[in-house]
Design a protein around this ligand. Structure first.
Ligand SMILES: [Zn+2]
Length: 680
């Protein structure tokens, strides 16, 4: 299974995060390049204080309007502009702090960043509960008919943010809401820290690592007795589950991996769920799921349940068939009777790898030579450039670690530098363990602010297998959504779209990893000659991709249903609920596993929104159909950039999709995909 992918999560209210160190200098024709500030712990603390002071001054100015209420459209626009400037100051500190709390090599910087984020959260909640500032926006809403659709939606988005933070609650409940939000920030930080800073290594004897590729074993750490010491980084864990022949060793590693957040994380999750339920009740909502979905495309928990039921109806039979095939394979491998053979959770990756190798001649580890990491990166930059009319230019400069690379994003039509990206691709101690994009800086054309996105991953340095190549494409989809954003206001930049749409651009881009036309360009970026996939091999990769759809979506369904149950109307112990729900699946629950303690999505922005992965995919695959299989067609690419990527949340997601497609969205492609029947 692919590593989880998260986009940056923010306090539920204040428009997203991020900053610029070197603000766009007005001096000269060429604006200074905005970069991520490189600060030690002391400097970061000072920087944080200074930015929060600036924000406080701007808030005070917002509290004192020149006139009591806007009387013309220009007043509403001036208010939105002042709000935008305040958001920029906040993003200037929140963006780098969120990034560095997850990737800074110096643990003191990570700790300081976390402290700073708690202060930002406090200030943001205080701002969104500020009745004087809220009153100004309420008054400005009266001007709605006089402003354009972007301003109108922005006025609504901002007032919604105030209302969701509890500005309209009586004082005691409002104070309680503030305390809950602050506590949730702290819980979420501790949860992530427990995962990130777990350096536990498991020891495996040489006979337990039989079957693993030689290049994997030669890189692994060993102790004095010659045992292999393996941790929870993706490049160590995932190949072990695919290749280690010893089932008991895989079982031990799987159980340890699901416990890597420690039992403390189960307590943190339980407290968060309880607080969210209390929060929803403050607003008269029957559940946190209701509180969340009302701002999303789905609109109600009932709509989510109907969708999940539809998915269940489509995947259940396929999942069973695929598991039966794996069972037959296991019986064969173990030379035992089918009736005595049971597929276990720790067999899944291993058996799928074996089956795909036998049936489709696909050896994932063997694919790495086709996709060397140092070729895959310039390749995806090139492909994205063709499609969207942009160019990535490497610009050397200091960064937070020697592995990190920076590129300017240049529009090939205007020759303007429109954004910047950082790539931080390899594992190291103290760095977050999954793949994700941090949108450190969002766009605002009104303020001349260009975006910066940071891609964080934990790739194998030598090469990628086809699933990791998909992960790269997925994350790069988030990067492009960030850097091609060209919104008027920061609050509507890129990932501020509805949470159940935010994965769509990334999921669509995964398809570029299995396309003849795009992959044929890979070999030109190989430093030393690398082989090119034959047509037959590519067909085999596609067939291998199709196998396991039932198992994959069956699992996604469990995650989404668990999230909705946890945040539904009835309360209960998170681990117990999980164990019961997992036990009802074909593979059942493995005693000793504690999956919820490392389900980071539930502590970030995906609480009551995990279903959004599949909901987004409906739209992703529908949008893909507009390319008609020609994935390097710049005409469609530019159209997609114009109607979807550049607009952020200036329109509702369903309107973005409709404008791009020229018709109403349709779920046919998604249901073909999860049934393993979509033409590739
Ligand atoms: Zn994603």
């Amino acid at each position: 299974m692919k590593p989880v992918s998260l986009i940056r999560t923010v306090v539920p209210t204040v428009a997203a995060a991020i900053w610029s160190l070197t603000a766009l200098a007005a001096a000269g024709r060429e604006a200074a390049r905005p970069t991520v500030p490189l600060l030690n712990a002391l400097q970061l603390a000072q920087y944080c204080d200074a930015k929060l002071q600036q924000a406080q001054q701007r808030i005070q100015a917002l509290e004192r309007p020149e006139s009591a209420a806007p009387t013309k459209a220009a007043d509403a626009k001036a208010l939105l502009s002042a709000w935008n400037q305040l958001q920029i100051v906040l993003e200037d500190v929140q963006g780098p702090a969120e990034l560095f709390s997850n990737v800074a090599p110096d643990p003191q910087v990570r700790t300081t960043a976390e402290t700073c984020l708690l202060a930002v959260g406090q200030l943001s909640t205080g701002l969104l509960q500020n009745p004087a500032v809220y009153a100004r926006f309420k008054a400005a809403r009266a001007m709605e008919k006089s402003v354009d659709s972007v301003d109108k939606k922005m006025l609504r988005d901002v007032t919604n943010s105030f209302e969701d933070a509890g500005v309209g609650l009586p004082p005691i409940q409002r104070a309680r809401m503030k305390a809950i939000l602050a506590r949730l920030d702290g819980l979420s930080q501790e949860f992530a820290r427990n995962l990130r800073d777990n350096h536990q290594k498991l020891s495996f004897m040489p006979e337990e690592v039989k079957g693993l590729p030689e290049d994997y074993l030669s890189r692994a750490e060993r102790d004095d007795q010659g045992n292999y010491l393996l941790g929870f980084d993706y490049p160590e864990f995932a190949p072990f589950m695919e290749y280690a022949e010893n089932g008991e060793a895989r079982k031990r590693y799987l159980i340890a991996d699901t416990n890597r957040g420690t039992s403390r994380n189960l307590d943190l999750l339980s407290e968060a769920v309880t607080l969210r339920r209390e929060m929803a009740a403050l607003f008269g909502q029957t559940s946190y799921a209701q509180f969340v979905t009302r701002r999303n495309m789905a609109a109600t928990p009932q709509a989510v349940q109907r969708f999940l039921e539809e998915v269940r109806a489509k995947v259940a039979a396929l999942e069973k068939d695929e598991l039966d095939e794996l069972r037959a394979l296991k019986a064969d491998l173990n030379k035992q009777a089918l009736a005595e053979t049971k597929v276990e959770s720790w067999d899944l990756s291993y058996l799928q790898q074996k089956l795909k190798r036998a049936r489709f001649h696909i050896d994932q580890n063997g694919l790495r030579k086709y996709f060397p990491t140092d070729a895959a990166i310039p390749w995806i930059l090139h492909v994205s450039g063709i499609l969207y009319g942009i160019e990535f230019r490497a610009a050397p400069g200091p960064s937070w670690h020697a592995d990190v690379r920076y590129y300017d994003v240049i529009d090939t039509h205007s020759h303007a530098r429109i954004a910047g990206i950082y790539l931080d691709l390899f594992p190291r101690e103290g760095k977050v363990g999954h793949a994700a994009v941090w949108e450190v800086r969002g766009s605002s054309s009104l303020a001349g602010r260009t975006p910066i996105s940071v891609l964080i991953a934990n790739f194998n340095r030598q090469g990628l297998d086809s699933e990791e190549l998909e992960t790269l494409l997925h994350e790069f989809g988030h990067v492009l959504h960030g850097v091609l954003s060209n919104t008027r206001y920061l609050g509507q930049a890129n990932s501020s779209v509805e949470r159940d749409f935010v994965e769509a651009p990334s999921q669509m881009y995964e398809n570029w990893a299995r396309n003849r036309e795009t992959l044929s360009l890979m070999s030109r970026f190989c430093l030393s000659a690398c082989p090119t996939l034959s047509d037959q091999q590519l067909e085999q990769i596609k067939s291998a991709h199709e196998f396991g759809r039932g198992i994959l979506y069956g699992r996604q369904l469990l995650y989404a249903a668990y999230d909705m149950k946890l945040h539904g109307q009835t309360s209960g112990d998170p681990l117990q609920i999980w164990a019961e729900m997992e036990d009802a699946t074909p593979l059942g629950h493995v005693p000793g596993t504690e999956f919820p303690g490392q389900f980071g999505h539930l502590m970030g922005g995906y609480a009551a929104a995990y279903y959004g992965y599949m909901w987004s995919e409906v739209l992703a695959l529908d949008m893909l159909s507009r390319f008609h299989g020609k994935l390097l067609n710049p005409v469609v690419g530019q159209r997609y950039r114009k109607y979807v990527l550049s607009r952020g949340s200036e329109l509702r997601a369903k309107d973005l999709v409709r404008n791009f497609l020229g018709r109403e969205p349709d779920s046919t492609a998604f249901f073909e995909e999860i049934s393993g029947r979509r033409p590739q």
